[in-house]
Design a protein around this ligand. Structure first.
Ligand code: SAM
Length: 293
């Protein structure tokens, strides 16, 4: 996604807005000041303090996470799959360097291990400094945080060893590109246990439908048996409408654990996810029904 920190509105000075331009649209957040910037071996990591959204992380000019609204994404990238699986014990997160998804997965008491494999330790270092609330579970003894290429990690993962894989990565460009292809999906399928679930952030249904379809077709090509599309709002990403795609290693998606989901949503004081949201998020608008036949 192209980015410019120049304001898209000529009468705003460059240093007032952090704007991302994508698919002929622009999204901007009014900023107070730039807090940090670091070129890692993989991407440019920038942190801004914004007027209304707390801190904002950009990777290579793309909005990644803000203090105010990241709960939408992190809750919806984790709980739908974890409450669909009967009893998830071993979870792997590919990417997720801001640690928000890790925090949500660790809320599940039956989960025994969560491996977080992000290629770039600078993202986690910056998140620990500027998004400490996302990193508060990093010391959980069940959390195993490694900095490595997720492609390599899945290629080396043992057969039938994982219950849920969550790919919380950047877009399919740069280091993220190899997380959206047949070879990667084949390794994830192999590594999942027979009732395992694969989850991947699948971009915007409105702006990126061809890519979304390609991802789905590739997952089915390699042998995933059933797919489930999950819609959710994500204001700082292009179009504000984001999604994840769930894929089952075998069999069809069944009913999720509704009572557990509602009990947890209350107990954990979740801000977005509950069983009604789960049902609504997996409902398809007509244009997606037509596209997914
Ligand atoms: N919520 C964001 C989104 O939907 O675009 C993703 C957030 S997370 C910070 C994205 C992470 O993916 C980054 O930290 C990046 O370093 C990581 N990443 C990209 N390619 C990767 C790869 N091949 N292996 C592991 N992590 C990767």
């Amino acid at each position: 996604m192209a980015n410019t920190t120049e304001s898209s509105n000529p009468n705003l000075s460059n240093d007032e807005w952090c704007t991302e331009i994508n698919n002929g649209a622009a999204f901007g957040l009014k900023i107070k000041k730039k807090l940090a910037t670091k070129q890692s071996d993989f991407q440019l990591v920038e942190i801004y303090e914004t007027e209304e959204f707390g801190n904002l992380m950009m990777l290579d000019g793309c909005t990644m996470v803000s203090t105010r609204e990241n709960f939408l994404y992190h809750e919806m990238m984790s709980h739908p799959a974890l409450f669909t699986h009967k009893n998830p014990k071993n979870v792997v997160i590919i990417g997720g360097g801001d640690c928000g998804t890790l925090k949500e997965v660790l809320r599940h008491p039956n989960v025994e291990t969560v491996h977080q494999i992000d290629i770039d330790k600078v993202v986690t270092e910056m998140s620990e400094l500027y998004f400490p609330e996302l990193c508060e579970s990093n010391d959980d003894p069940r959390a195993i945080i490694k900095f490595d290429d997720g492609i390599k990690f899945m290629a080396e993962a043992k057969d039938n060893s994982i219950d849920i894989i969550i790919v919380d990565s950047t877009d399919p460009v740069g280091p993220g590109e190899g997380l959206f292809n047949h070879a990667f999906y084949r390794n994830c399928l192999r590594a999942l246990r027979s009732d395992g679930i694969f989850v991947q952030q699948s971009e915007s249904p409105l702006l990126h439908l061809p890519l979304l379809k390609e991802m789905r077709d590739a997952m089915l090509d390699v042998g995933f048996s059933d797919l489930q599309h999950v819609n959710f709002p994500q204001m700082i990403y292009p179009s504000g409408w984001w999604s994840s795609t769930l894929a089952k290693k075998s069999g069809a998606f069944e009913e999720f654990r509704k009572e557990d989901a509602d009990k947890a949503a209350l107990q954990w004081q979740l801000n977005y996810y509950n069983s009604d949201i789960h049902v609504g998020a997996t409902a398809l608008p007509n244009f997606l029904k037509r596209a997914f036949v």
